[in-house]
Design a binder for this molecule. Structure first.
Ligand code: S3P
Length: 165
């Protein structure tokens, strides 16, 4: 079993929203690795960062991604940092991965509406810029397709994703 498409991108790229629209257009289900980790651990992602630390979260995340990629045939939405794990990058080579690219202003506006992400406390815009700059090469490496989301509605972005599935 293999997902139809895997979405990657930084926090605020709209992965979850776009995943839901793509899934409904294609008549498929969505799997979100952050949700899987929270269901498995019985605590929030934020609390895992606080109580166990980021390295532990990344291990749990790698396992959740591996399971999602092997069990799910719909749309998979990955946490923004998932492709940082080298073994996750390896697994993604065999999949159709789409990078939802987003500019800083748009991402900061989205994240600002839903803060509380453990890596984005304090100066959200500054943290987000650093994180996006560092990760761009990683997203580019794992994705076969990049979609520019700036100036497009989630529906338009989802349409562009459906076109490449
Ligand atoms: C993270 C992004 C979050 C979540 C965790 C870490 C990151 O997911 O996995 O807070 O390192 O970028 P979203 O990309 O859905 O915000």
């Amino acid at each position: 079993m293999k997902p139809a498409v895997v979405l990657v991108g930084p926090p605020g790229a709209g992965k979850s929203t776009v995943a839901a629209i793509v899934a409904s257009r294609l008549g498929l289900a969505v799997r979100d690795t952050d949700d899987d980790i929270e269901a498995e651990q019985g605590i929030s992602v934020q609390d895992i960062f606080v109580e166990a630390g980021e390295p532990r979260f990344r291990e749990l995340e790698h396992r959740a991604v591996a399971r999602a990629l092997s069990e799910h045939d719909g749309v998979v939405s990955l946490g923004g940092g998932a492709p940082l794990h080298p073994q996750t990058r390896q697994l993604l080579r065999d999949h159709r991965v789409v990078f939802l690219d987003v500019g800083l202003a748009q991402a900061a506006a989205r994240v600002g509406l839903n803060s509380g992400r453990p890596l984005l406390l304090g100066n959200v815009r500054g943290q987000l810029k650093r994180l996006m700059d560092e990760r761009r090469p990683v997203y580019t490496e794992v994705a076969s397709v990049r979609i520019d989301t700036d100036g497009r509605t989630p529906e338009e972005v989802a349409e562009a994703v459906v076109d490449v599935v």
